[in-house]
Design a binder for this molecule. Structure first.
Ligand code: NAD
Length: 392
């Protein structure tokens, strides 16, 4: 396929903290396969700073429509505030570009399904075949697709742990803890779009703990039931500043989840106790292999060959945007649905919607019960009178 000789032409939308600090280095790490050609920001000085940082060959645009028309990019990386993601992802897909969008991809299941409706046909599916990016040639290939940034799935530590859990090497998963206990002060919430459903999409459940919860689901598979609580204990915000949940998984495992922006001693942690070992990840905003620990059960301790296999992934790839972009570009080359898209990423958003529904209604919520008729399908606050914005 000519694709290898013709780099993917990429554009970024939003040139703030995450695009400059994480997406630009990721693009540079894959410079042999992808070339940045366009950048969009409504803030002229941010755009100028970014263009200075990005180097030659990148054109700046004040709006996405102009950029899509002028550059016809193969790939659009979206790093704007959350309330803009859904419309920008849909516009890029309609223009034929693949999308890698910052979390949260959108603010509701309704928005998620509207984005999915703009995607192309999966490879092997019915309908017109897609065009492999960069080739200009029709082929038995799908796309474009929209994927969400969940960079913690793609480090070697997570890939290795998932393989061990899925193969049964650690024994049956039984008990899990998923903790995002961070600290954000009043100054953080003085920015007008923060803490509001319409602009941030939720509190630490949607904005901070989403990464750890996504990784928990990525490791443990399908969940079946959730019982949750949420509170507004400190900050003057519409959404929650803490949430907690009890979760049952289809494989029988039971988990606790805590999402907080009220915790002076900050940590991100996932711990899964299996029949033969405990696997535990402790970090803050990103991990390497050394942040994963494996503790064998007493009956497994003498089997040193097995336990040393647990502790040694083949490579040491930190969790990063670069790691995710590599897999995304692989999927583009093959015309396949990329990781972190479709039903796989929808599962995480449904889990968050269910957490909010259970917390606000004080009822357990089953996987699959939030259908388009449910108010929690359309908004994470579910129009609940104690939580939906008053002017809503
Ligand atoms: N994956 C992660 O670990 C991670 C970490 C931080 C932030 N994020 C996510 O990244 C996104 C952006 O966060 P940030 O911290 O970079 O914010 P930011 O405010 O630094 O950057 C956002 C940029 O978007 C620009 N913008 C606003 N409206 C626009 C429009 N209509 N068109 C084009 N540009 C527009 C702003 O001018 C700004 O430069 C959020 O969704 C956030 O949740 C993800």
């Amino acid at each position: 396929m000519a694709f290898e000789k013709t780099p993917v032409r990429a554009a970024v939308v939003g040139t703030g903290g995450i695009i400059t600090g994480a997406h630009l280095p990721a693009l540079r790490a894959h410079a042999d396969r992808v070339r940045l050609v366009g950048a969009v920001d409504v803030d002229e000085s941010r755009l100028a700073d970014f263009l200075g940082e990005a180097g030659d060959g990148v054109s700046g645009y004040p709006g996405m429509t102009e950029m899509l028309a002028a550059e016809e990019p193969d790939l659009v990386l979206v790093g704007t505030p959350p309330s803009l993601h859904a419309e920008q992802a849909r516009a890029a897909l309609r223009a034929g570009a693949w999308v890698l969008c910052e979390k949260p991809l959108c603010l509701s299941l309704a928005e998620y399904d509207a984005i999915a409706a703009e995607e192309g046909t999966p490879a092997g599916g019915a309908g017109e075949a897609g065009v492999p990016p960069g080739t200009g040639e029709p082929a038995a290939c799908g796309g474009p697709f929209a994927s969400v940034v969940f960079q913690h799935r793609y480090g070697s530590g997570a890939a290795h742990a998932r393989g061990l859990l899925r193969s049964g090497d650690l024994g049956a998963p039984l008990v899990a803890h998923c903790q995002t206990t961070w600290h954000r002060d009043a100054e953080y919430y003085s920015v007008p779009w923060r803490g509001r459903w319409a602009t941030e999409g939720g509190g630490p459940t949607m904005g901070h703990g989403i990464h750890q919860m996504d990784l928990l689901l990525h490791l443990l598979g399908e969940w079946s039931e959730i019982r949750a609580m949420a509170g507004r204990l400190v900050h003057d915000v519409e959404s929650e500043d803490v949430s907690t949940a009890l979760v049952r998984f289809e494989n029988g495992a039971m988990a606790t989840v805590v999402n907080s922006v009220l915790s002076p001693d900050e940590v991100s942690r996932i711990r899964i106790d299996c029949a033969d070992a405990t696997v535990e990840l402790t970090h803050l905003y990103g991990y390497g292999n050394d942040d994963w620990a494996y503790t064998p059960a007493p009956h497994a301790r003498s089997r040193t060959e097995r336990t040393s296999h647990w502790r040694t992934p083949a490579a040491d790839v930190p969790s990063s945007h670069a790691a995710q972009l590599g897999g995304f570009l692989d999927a583009m080359e093959k015309g396949e649905r990329p990781p972190g898209s479709g039903p796989d990423a929808r599962r995480t958003l449904e889990f968050l919607a269910a957490l909010y529904k259970s917390a606000f209604t004080a009822q357990p919520v089953q996987q699959g019960e939030i259908t388009p008729q449910d108010p929690f399908y359309r908004a994470m606050h579910g129009e609940h009178p104690d939580w939906a914005p008053k002017e809503h």
